[in-house]
Ligand binder design. Structure first.
Ligand SMILES: Cc1cc2nc3c(=O)[nH]c(=O)nc-3n(C[C@H](O)[C@H](O)[C@H](O)COP(=O)(O)OP(=O)(O)OC[C@H]3O[C@@H](n4cnc5c(N)ncnc54)[C@H](O)[C@@H]3O)c2cc1C
Length: 408
């Protein structure tokens, strides 16, 4: 692996950088490369932080091959520049060395519900402008999926602790273990002086398979498992239904925490997997087994019953997948983990705020909901996406929210 200085030197500093234009938060990559090579670390860190307060995190867990790295012109002939490694180095350095700026408070109160990437990036933008922010979070700490989903071997928790410390030093008031929509409703916030509410409560409800056996004691939802893997007893053989990023995280965690042999059951073939390539590769290296073209049809006391799926081409060249019910097989398992997506759940009672048919918050392109003064962004608006997309949406909402506050 080349040094990060070497990576920065390889960058062509293109006048129209495709890497930056394909980054959801438009990170000014050539500018950062130049500042880094000139030894202007504090300045580089400041530019990154102001553009994307979570750059220390997105640099680690973004799907780089789809964003910056995947569009580097050098990738056409050989190795693309690995900007994310430089970004990670600068952003961590910045968090470790920065002194929180002294910002005069403007006395305007804003409430934020949900301390995941969308909530945190909104909090940071508000604090930097002097707003008086209270963050309500259902869990006992900040991070959302960053802390209660993505495993620590992929994202170190000390980064989240640094963010927490920084925001508290910048004047954030944090209310952990507080679920908006239960004791405290959105409507209760305005009489207490909050001028606006930003909702970023994510999609924490796992989708059901709708099969017999789903309620048995050895069956768990992946996102529940990932919240606190040490509290689960899985046994030596684990079958995972689903093959996206969440399934891969659950599989690699079960291998590490419970020393289980893990089999992932996937409806389609290797080439159709939605998980990131490097995550799939690492799962294989970790010893995870993949059974492709398998459709779970029933969860048994000691495994999963599957039918074989056949891949066919239609006359007009479309690929279709069909279950062959004459070909069944059982995959033995002591525990079964279901990882077939998430949606918005009963974890958020939004009162009068309008929802979409899927139960997501209905907003316009600037994150305004049907209730004046209530804004939203992140997965609760878009459905499950990525961290950098949650930050990008929040960046779009912030000026509109500020405009609203100024009119009050
Ligand atoms: C296992 C897993 C792995 C992933 N891996 C990656 C990855 O590698 N890279 C990537 O870019 N993306 C990844 N994602 C997707 C990414 O994490 C999400 O897109 C992102 O976290 C969405 O941010 P958010 O702030 O909208 O929601 P969340 O991160 O879900 O945060 C929502 C927060 O709101 C809180 N909350 C919920 N209801 C209430 C309430 N009523 N009151 C107060 N608080 C409430 C929740 O406790 C949570 O802390 C992954 C997702 C999962 C599940």
């Amino acid at each position: 692996m080349s040094s990060i200085k070497n990576e920065a030197e390889r960058c062509l500093k293109c006048p129209k950088p495709m890497c930056a234009s394909n980054c959801p938060v438009a990170t000014p990559i050539p500018q950062i490369m130049n500042l880094f090579l000139d030894g202007k670390m504090a300045e580089a860190g400041e530019v990154l932080f102001r553009n994307n307060p979570l750059s220390a995190i997105t640099s680690v867990i973004c799907p780089h091959e789809r964003n910056c790295m995947g569009h580097c012109v050098l990738g056409k002939k050989g190795g693309p520049v690995e900007f994310y490694r430089i970004e990670e180095y600068i952003s961590r350095f910045y968090l470790e060395t920065m002194t929180p700026p002294e910002i005069e408070k403007n006395g305007i109160k804003v409430a934020v519900a949900g301390a995941g990437p969308a909530g945190l990036s909104m909090v940071m933008q508000l604090l930097l402008k002097g707003y008086d922010v209270t963050l309500f979070e259902a869990q006992d700490n900040i991070g959302g999926v960053l802390r209660y989903g993505i495993p620590p071997f992929r994202l170190s928790r000390d980064l989240l602790d640094m963010y927490r410390e920084l925001m508290i030093r910048m004047g954030l008031r944090f209310r952990p273990n507080t679920r908006i929509g239960t004791n405290i409703q959105i409507a209760d916030l305005f009489p207490d002086g909050y001028k606006a509410v930003f909702v970023a409560t994510g999609t924490g409800r796992p989708n059901k398979l709708g099969l017999l056996g789903e309620t048995l004691g050895h069956v768990h939802f992946a996102i529940d498992y990932l919240k606190s893997p040490d509290t689960f007893t899985l046994g030596s053989r684990v079958a995972i239904v689903g093959a996206g990023n969440v399934a891969i995280d659950a599989a690699r965690t079960a291998v590490r925490r419970q020393h289980s042999h893990v089999t992932i059951l996937h409806y389609k073939g290797t080439e159709d997997m939605t998980a990131n390539r490097d995550e799939i590769e690492m799962a294989e290296i970790d010893g995870v087994e993949f059974v492709h073209y398998a459709q779970a049809v029933r969860i048994l006391e000691d495994g999963v019953r599957c039918v074989r799926v056949v891949r066919n081409e239609t006359e007009d060249g479309q690929t279709v997948f069909e279950e062959d019910y004459s070909d069944t097989f059982d995959v033995p398992a002591d525990s079964v983990i279901l990882a077939i997506g998430q949606g918005p759940g009963a974890d958020m009672n939004t009162g009068s705020v309008k929802l979409t048919q899927k139960g997501l918050l209905d907003v316009n392109e600037w994150g305004e909901t049907s209730t004046p003064g209530v804004f939203a962004a992140g997965d609760i608006v878009t459905g499950p996406k990525t961290v950098v997309e949650a930050v990008a949406f929040t960046k779009k909402v912030f000026p509109r929210l500020e405009e609203y506050l100024k009119k009050q």
